[in-house]
Write a protein that binds this ligand. Structure first.
Ligand SMILES: *Cc1c(COP(=O)(O)O)cnc(C)c1O
Length: 388
């Protein structure tokens, strides 16, 4: 009786950072204390430490710490000289910042529909939308899996376009075509790579933070300059930038957490494998349930574990009642957002994105998620379809 009660009452949060914090609390506190003692809150030595660590991890020559992932996108676009009237291609099924950063600079977001299996930009739809105004492509490595980069790089080379990777969800992900080939890391594949350390990302700060990575010394130098109002030396301004420095305290915290990133990523991958096994019978019995698809031999870091399901909204309501947390990334594609009404898009313009917005559901995935919790999640999904 007792165990039955426990089972029915077991709650599974969609996401929980507290177990991670209790594991590293002392280390974090002492790293923060270092910063307090020196009082070097702006551009302290931890910034360069983190930049070195992230450049090494992404296998790029340069990394520049900035205030957020959104700013990483804006500064990357600025460093590529993108401005009013320029066209930038990107998928409509992504976080708002991918397109917002383009608009903030007066450039025009040109949406390209996604692949229905990976939810990433569909490279075969890019060429037809290129105009003389096209300047860049922003592929998004959604949920932690790299977009299909080779065809994108080919188009970019032919048409002389910049490729700016929105790798905010994909730190450590790899684009790998064959088992025996060397993978290329998210961020090192295009001209510039943008990362976010928003607290819920795989490497999360205690606030906002971001990073731009690149192999190009000119672009790296431009981003460095732009993040400090274009000032060099101090109070002499070469160009109009913005204030987008990464806080020293955030860098200190991220340096501590970085040591655990590989381990946490492996844990996420284990949870993904376990979901796959647990879903076995549901897949054969319920039509229309689709698990994440790994393209080629990619290294997927499972920032999110997103499934496609019939009756998504009813399922989500049921799971909430059962104490199972879920989320939707993203409920409304960007071409249908009110703020982009001036682009004059309509329902039906990007059907693959619209369908994904209606049918996908993100399940709990984080390094400390237990087997019991995963069993519970899938069991409740099974119960929902059982009573249909
Ligand atoms: C999180 C995220 C961003 C923005 O990062 P912030 O640090 O929140 O500004 C941009 N693009 C994608 C795809 C993201 O997931």
């Amino acid at each position: 009786m007792k165990s039955l009660r426990l089972e029915t009452e077991m709650k599974v949060p969609f996401f929980d950072l507290t177990p991670q914090f209790s594991l590293i609390e002392e280390e974090i506190k002492s790293a923060m204390n270092e910063v307090f003692k020196t009082q070097q809150f702006i551009m302290g030595p931890q910034i360069e430490g983190l930049e070195k660590a992230i450049a090494g991890y992404c296998r790029t020559r340069y990394a520049v710490g900035v205030a957020s992932g959104s700013d990483a996108l804006i500064l990357s676009l600025m460093s590529a000289g993108i401005g009013p009237g320029d066209e930038v291609m990107l998928p409509p099924f992504t976080f708002f910042a991918t397109a917002g950063s383009v608009s903030r600079l007066g450039a025009i977001p040109v949406f390209i529909d996604i692949d229905q299996e990976t939810y990433n930009i569909d490279p075969s739809r890019i060429a037809e939308k290129i105009t003389p105004k096209t300047k860049a492509i922003i592929p998004v490595h959604l949920y932690g899996q790299c977009a299909d980069m080779d065809p994108i790089l080919q188009i970019a080379k032919d048409k002389r376009l910049y490729v700016i990777e929105d790798a905010a969800q994909a730190l450590g992900a790899e684009y790998r075509l064959r088992p025996d080939s060397n993978g290329r890391r998210a961020g090192q594949i295009g001209d510039l790579g943008c990362f976010s350390f928003y607290p819920t990302k795989n490497l999360g700060a205690f606030g906002d933070a971001g990073m731009v990575v690149t192999d190009n010394p000119n672009l790296a130098e431009k981003v460095r300059l732009l993040r400090v109002h274009g000032s060099q030396p101090k109070y002499f301004h070469k160009t109009i930038g913005m204030n987008s420095r990464l806080d020293t305290i955030q860098a200190a915290i991220l340096l501590v957490k970085f040591k655990y990133l590989e381990k946490w990523t492996e844990e996420r991958q284990k949870k993904a494998n376990r979901y796959q096994a647990l879903f076995h019978d549901i897949l054969s019995k319920v039509e229309g349930v689709k698990l994440p698809v790994i393209q080629y031999e990619n290294r997927h870091i499972f920032h999110q574990y997103v499934i496609r399901v019939p009756k998504r909204d009813d399922l989500r309501k049921f799971l909430t009642e059962q104490g199972v947390g879920t989320d939707i990334y993203y409920p409304l594609p960007l071409h249908l957002q009110e703020c982009f009404s001036f682009l004059k898009h309509r329902q039906g313009d990007f059907p693959v994105s619209e369908k994904a917005a209606d049918e996908t559901l993100a399940l709990p995935i984080f390094p400390e998620l237990t087997e019991e919790q995963q069993v519970r999640v899938v069991d409740r999904i099974r119960a929902f379809y059982g009573k249909l």
